[in-house]
Ligand binder design. Structure first.
Ligand SMILES: Cc1ncc(COP(=O)(O)O)c(C=O)c1O
Length: 398
């Protein structure tokens, strides 16, 4: 008997097979082929800061890694020093009063928290509400938990905020969790406190947990994006909500995997219970360095990064307008979300930019069919390269 022939069942679980197909495959393949052929590809596709982590954080890490107290398994809910620094940050930045022992949880990047939250609070057959155009993990987390992901459509007319009045009553009945993400990926949309207040009222009325992904709160150019917990009357101890904050984009720390959740004690504890069974927390030394980062969220290098993104944004948006792209500059996040030139859908436009200009953008159609006339450009290359992008695009006829 051949041992290999006995395997008949698919390797992949049904929940993996249930994930939506990856729609960027073709563009990815072309991009790789271009690079392999030696082309000078300028990649505005990746949402990953291009500059290194600031030295003051590296120095803190170098010290922390030498301290043997940081070497054992991390603390359950996260290192007390990190959680205390997170509570100081929340106080300074948003005016929030947070108990580090009850309201805060260290996450291994906010993706960890986002992916695991449905396992903590959603039952199979429940529904999870979230934007149709958005970070894909809201949907995959829901699917992994056996829940249905019910889309809230985003449109340019509504400034890419979900229309909370348009959610079907049946969806509200079944939903156990609602995701909002502002500043948004890919739309860059910023929500104000009125929006969060309305979402909170709706969720309270229907016993839905409100989850806010605020990973881009510190990448802003004009008005500082708020926290949902700033809504007047919204109490961390009474309202079933949770918000994710990440050090990834603020401090150029994507590879470090460090973030935190701030929320209702039972929601935070439920997420902690899932994580306690999946991982054993983030390396204490990374949390120590993260604490130093959070305590210096207004460090000149952090502020300078915002200025850099602003310059890049201005050069890109002005350049795109000069080739007929009717773009509205984002007020936060490092994403420019723009309509494709007339006559192009997003795949056609992005394919042409790649094939004829060696420039990578992300086609909106890869996020959702409704976004198929938009594209995303990340401001994660230096300004002279952005100017080069514009020079190359201008040389083509649109
Ligand atoms: C909207 C949004 N949320 C969360 C994340 C995850 O970030 P991290 O896990 O690095 O905190 C990303 C990453 O790109 C994102 O775009």
């Amino acid at each position: 008997m051949s041992l290999t022939a006995t395997h008949k069942r698919p390797i992949r679980s049904q929940r993996l097979l249930d994930l939506p197909p990856y729609l960027f495959i073709e563009i990815d393949r072309k991009r790789r082929a271009k690079i392999a052929a030696g082309a000078d590809v300028i990649n505005l596709g990746v949402g990953d800061p291009d500059r290194p982590t600031p030295p003051f954080i590296i120095d803190a890490m170098a010290e922390a890694i030498r301290d043997p107290r940081n070497h054992p398994y991390p603390f359950d809910a996260g290192h007390p020093d990190f959680r205390q620094a997170a509570s100081r940050f929340l106080k300074r930045r948003f005016g929030l009063t947070v108990d580090p022992n009850r309201h805060l949880l260290t996450c291994i990047g906010s993706k960890d928290g986002i992916a695991h939250l449905p396992l903590a609070v959603v039952n199979p057959g429940d529904a999870v509400l979230g934007a149709d155009i958005g970070y894909p993990v809201y949907r995959s987390g829901a699917i992994f938990a056996g829940a249905e992901y019910i889309e809230m459509p985003l449109t340019e007319q509504r400034r890419w905020l979900p229309d909370l009045d348009a959610i079907e009553p049946a969806a509200l009945e079944r939903a156990r969790l609602m995701w909002v993400n502002h500043p948004g990926n890919p739309t860059a949309a910023v929500a104000d406190l009125d929006f969060y207040a309305k979402a909170a009222r709706l969720c309270a009325e229907h016993d839905i947990i409100l989850a806010s992904d605020n990973a881009y709160s510190e990448v802003f150019f004009e008005v500082k994006p708020p926290s949902m917990w700033q809504v007047p009357g919204l109490s961390l101890d009474e309202f079933h909500g949770i918000e994710f904050h990440s050090l990834s984009k603020t401090f150029n720390m994507t590879g470090w995997r460090i973030a935190f959740a701030v929320g209702h004690p039972e929601v935070v504890a439920a997420l902690g219970a899932v994580k306690g069974n999946c991982d054993s927390g983030q390396f204490n030394a990374i949390q120590q360095a993260g604490a130093v980062a959070l305590d210096h969220s207004e460090h000149p290098e952090v502020a300078a990064m915002r200025e850099t993104y602003r310059q890049r944004r201005d050069v890109l948006c002005e350049g795109l307008r000069s080739i007929g792209v009717n773009v509205r500059p984002p007020s936060a996040s490092f994403f420019v979300w723009a309509p494709c030139p007339k006559g192009y859908d997003s795949f056609a436009f992005c394919t042409r930019c790649l094939e004829e200009a060696n420039v990578v953008f992300v086609p909106g159609g890869g996020f959702a069919p409704s976004a198929n006339h938009y594209f995303r450009a990340a401001l994660t290359v230096e300004v002279d390269r952005i100017a080069e992008v514009i020079r190359r695009l201008k040389a083509l006829k649109w």
